[in-house]
Structures are given as C-alpha cells and as structure tokens.
Design a protein around this ligand. Sequence first.
Ligand code: SF4
Length: 327
Amino acid sequence: MKALSLFSGGLDSSLASKIIQKQGIQVEGICFISPFFNAKKAEIAAHELGIPLHIIDISTDLIVLLQSPLYGFGKGANPCIDCHVLMVKKAGSLMEKIGASFLISGEILGERPKSQNRWALDIVEAKSGWKDYLLRPLTAKNLPPTLPEREGWVKRENLLGIKGRTRRVQLEMARSLGIKSFPTPAGGCLLTDPIFSKKIKHLLKGGKLSLNEIELLKLGRHFLLKEGVKLIVGRNKIENTMILKLAIEGDTCLQAVDYPGPIGLLRKRDAGDEILLLAASITARYSDAPHARTKVEYFELPQKEKRYIEVIPVKDEKLETLRIGDR
Ligand code: SF4
C-alpha cells in the first residue's frame, strides 16, 4: 500500500506523512514549482524523512489560472483555492501513475480562514476530481471518513482531529517524532507578498501574463510612465545583469554615462520621445549623478546601436507618483 503526500516541506505536511508512515504505508511526496515558489524546503524535509519526492512544474497552468481564478484571490495575488484544486488534480494523476492508492495532505480545518474552511476543503476535493481519495491525517476526525478509512487501509482512530490556528499539538508531535528543524508556516509563495502582489495585479490589468514579465517583476523598482508603458530600474549589479538578460525586442535599455548607475529597462519604447526622456531622467536619478544635466545612453533591442540624450534627474515627488508597489 502506497500513499502520495502533497508535500510542501512545512511541519504539517511532514507530520501528515509521518502519521501515515506509522500505519505501515509507504509514502512518496509530490511538490510543485513555479515562478512564485520553489522546492527547496520540500527537498530538505523529504531527505530528512526519507521520502522519495516528485517535483512537478505547474508554471503554465498557474499563470493561466492567475488571469481569472474561479474562487478569487486571498489577501495578495494568491488564488489559494484554485491553486489547491490544481495541485490535487496533478497529484491525482501522479498517484495513478506510480500505483499509489490515495493522497494525503497536511491541511487543517480552520487553520487558514479563507482557504482551509470546510467549504474550501470540500471544493478542492470535488473540483480536483479526487473526492474521497484525499485524506487529511491531521484533521481527519473533523471530516467525514474517506475511502482509505472506510476500506480499512488506514485506522481512523490513529488519525487526528486538530482544528484552528493553534500549533500546540503539531509542535508537541514534532518533538515526540524527533522532527527538529522545520520552516515557519508563512512565506514561501511570492503571490502572498504584499509588494509583489501589487505588481502582479497591476500586470494582470494589462492583459496576459508571460514568464518574462513575471521574472522582471522580481527585479528592480517598477514605474508606470503611462498606460501600458513601464520602466524597471535595477537596484544592484546582479539585478542590472538579470534585467539586461530579460530585455526583449522592442525594449529600450538606458544607463547614465559619466556616473555609476543602474540599468533602466523601458518596455514599449514606441510610447514617444517624451516618455524616453522621462525614463532617462528616472534612470539618472538612481545614478551617482548630481541634480544637474546628465548624459544617458540608450539602445533599443534588437539594434543595440547606442544613442545619447541629456536630462535632469527627476525629482522624488514626481517619482513617487509613478511608482508601482511600495519600493
Ligand atoms: S500560498 Fe501560493 S502556493 Fe500556496 S496555495 Fe496559495 S497560491 Fe498556491
């Protein structure tokens, strides 16, 4: 008998896996990667527990889902209910492929008010197509018995009935099971980050998301110069290099000439010369140039032929009116 665990590497998914392992059932893990989260925590925890881990890239599905999640967003740009449905669907396919009999997850009824209430848990089961196959060992006694319990594959009496946000029981269990290192429950998904969320919601207003644009969102300071025209200014050397790598045809790259300063990437240069001047003055503002006429070089991809303009670095008051997000 084998079970497949939706395994984030957090304490809850580790405990859920342990509880099932203790019933003599072999457990494998599945975790997901996308531009918004990675598998590092899961890899470390799976290694510690000796669980084979399958890593599945859900970038394409998640980007499509972000355009209009059926059950909406959480506090940030996190479409958690739809995302859970997607993950359980993927897990169900893998379960069949590896010959596992059921799925387990570390979810707890009431632990997250919006995405782990009874309604949300039921939606995830029903919409994923794996109703009855998804066992939640930490909170099972608060829910109707699932197929693995009814069939006697797992003993319901050895499952738990944790409810709500307190972590007391989990921490006691971690101690008794010898699980010493585990990450804090929050964090790990960029879609819950307030600043990143603002940027991605802004991008969503403009239409379809692309991987390139999402990667750019992780870098630099972002400014909206006019509808559909953005400037991204690097915050350090590494970001400058990465921004240049992400520049695509039609983008304009700018940099102050006589003073050290960042790369500015203007997306949709065809906005006109006024916008180019504004982009140059913002790029100059973040260089070491004094508040005086400053030479800025720029080139438009794919030509790469350098041109020059002179601008006065923009004043901070104006800058703040153009900024997207809080940085
Ligand atoms: S926090 Fe992020 S990864 Fe987790 S369910 Fe929500 S959107 Fe998905």
